[in-house]
Design a protein around this ligand. Structure first.
Ligand code: BGP
Length: 485
């Protein structure tokens, strides 16, 4: 569809940028904060890039005022960040820590002082280690009550000032990485356990949404999902079926539960057949049906291309030979492999010959962003908040203070244009948060993979002075927001 002119972004469109507690805050054990599973996992030998961790990260905990001042200079309308649960309740379900509450109070007030809307994520992958030790983390229903207690504390504390809330960030990514590939905590490789934990997280998500609607009736809440559209590699109906299967396994398995309160039948039947389906009680089904998100958060980086799986039953040697450590978190399989997982022999993820890639091999697909927004909106009819989109690159600091990241400007410009086309097509959009505001710790790629508008002068081995230096993209986004186009 081509239009004579594109719809203008509304004047209250939330142009923002995003972050997550573990990736920016540092101060991992200050002011009574308890350790999270990431504090523990990142210190296991060989688990993160060059052994990097978030002990100091970019020291946002101590420098938040400087960071918010830069946000205001840039003209941001919204800033998405996550709360570290173990700052609020250090052991997960015991006493509330006043110092933890105060940190986010101060941050929120500082943002509001400059007219920047806080967008708060409740869970960006960092469950308190104490809950992992005591109950086995998300594998136990005990954790749902603990999560509700934490949610209640923060809804009551910040609900008067924070309008937009995100429940879980990329449940699809952290469950797959944590329970299938052991490349995130809790370091497990067991698909049955993955599906079981995922169901418990769905229940926690539903409980949080219902509680929020009671306590903060004027606010808006929804999950943020790591969405990628699926394409068939050819017009062969077998490949089209494979792409449909991938869509069901990679997207609908979560989105149907969030937005319709039910699991998609195809995947559920398949998992039952394999004996790895989660146990869903009648009370669970009722709870899932009762929770209605107000919007859907979409994190978009890329989609995936699929063909019919030619190898229904991979040999053990074949499966063992695969290196899953660099597996792309958005896809259920390593690229160009035959399916290795017992429950996904119905599609293979392959290279898309039409797309270029980032330095880390992620496909660059702005049109896929428009496809994603249209598909999700048409299917679920919920307003969409883009809660992440951005380019990881190895930016170079030249002359001590200049970062010419024109490639990032090109990337963001192309994606925003496709988002505007999707909006013109009729998709109801709330806002767009680029990932990320400052450079930050990439979970498995250290400090070298940079996403920010603001360069942070540190690397994997040295914290240097952690100076904040606006990149060329900072000034581009500043100008873009000012003109709202
Ligand atoms: C998303 C996460 C973010 C961020 C981003 C970039 O999956 O929600 O926290 O890390 O991806 O990922 P990476 O740092 O692996 O490049």
């Amino acid at each position: 569809m081509y239009y004579k002119s594109l719809k203008k972004f509304p004047h209250d469109f939330l142009w923002g940028a995003a972050s997550a507690a573990y990736q920016i805050e540092g101060a991992w054990n200050e002011d009574n904060k308890g350790p999270s599973i990431w504090d523990t996992f990142s210190k296991l030998p060989g688990k993160t890039f060059h052994g990097t961790n978030g002990d100091v990260a970019v020291d946002h905990y101590h420098r938040y005022k400087e960071d918010v001042r830069l946000m205001s200079e840039m003209g941001l309308k919204a800033y998405r960040f996550s709360i570290a649960w173990s700052r609020i309740i250090p052991d997960g379900d015991g006493e509330i820590n006043p110092a933890g509450l105060k940190f986010y109070d101060d941050l929120i007030n500082e943002l509001l002082k400059y007219g920047i809307q806080p967008v708060v994520t409740l869970y960006h992958w960092d469950i308190p280690q104490a809950l992992q030790d005591k109950y086995g983390g998300w594998e136990s229903r005990e954790v749902i009550g603990a999560f509700k207690k934490y949610c209640e504390a923060v809804f009551k504390q910040y609900g008067d000032r924070v309008n937009y809330w995100v429940t879980f960030n990329e449940q699809n990514v952290f469950t797959a990485m944590g329970y299938r590939w052991a490349s995130h905590p809790p370091n497990v490789t067991d698909v049955k356990r993955m599906y079981a934990a995922n169901h418990i997280i769905n229940l926690a998500n539903a409980e949080a949404i219902n509680l929020f609607h009671q306590l903060v009736p004027k606010g808006k809440i929804g999950p943020s999902f790591g969405y990628g559209p699926t394409y068939p590699i050819t017009a062969n109906p077998d490949d089209i079926l494979a792409a449909d299967n991938a869509d069901d396994f990679n997207n609908n398995w979560w989105l149907d539960v969030y937005c319709r309160g039910t699991y998609p039948a195809l995947v559920m039947n398949h998992l039952k057949d394999l004996g790895i389906a989660p146990e869903v009680t009648a009370a669970d089904a009722k709870l899932l049906k009762s929770a209605k998100p107000d919007f859907l958060g979409i994190n978009y980086y890329h989609g995936g291309t699929f063909q019919q799986n030619k190898l229904e039953h991979p040999s053990k040697e074949d499966a063992d030979a695969k290196d899953f450590s660099s597996t792309d978190p958005y896809l259920m399989q390593p690229k160009d492999s035959q399916a290795q997982e017992p429950e996904t022999p119905m599609f293979n993820n392959v290279q898309n010959p039409y797309l270029t890639k980032t330095d880390w091999g992620w496909e660059i697909d702005p049109v896929g962003f428009r496809i994603a927004l249209r598909r999700v909106y048409e299917k679920y009819q919920l307003p969409i908040f883009v809660t992440e989109n951005g380019l990881g690159a190895q930016d170079q600091l030249t002359d001590g203070k200049v970062i010419n990241d024109q490639y990032r400007i090109d990337y963001l410009q192309a994606h925003i244009t496709e988002m505007q086309r999707a909006m013109t097509d009729g998709v109801d959009m709330i806002g767009y948060c680029a990932w990320s505001f400052t450079d930050l710790l990439s979970w498995l790629n250290g400090y070298k993979k940079r996403y920010g508008f603001v360069y942070i002068d540190r690397d994997d081995d040295s914290q240097r002075d952690l100076a904040r230096i606006p990149k060329k993209s900072f000034y581009w986004y500043q100008d873009f927001i000012k003109r709202n186009s």
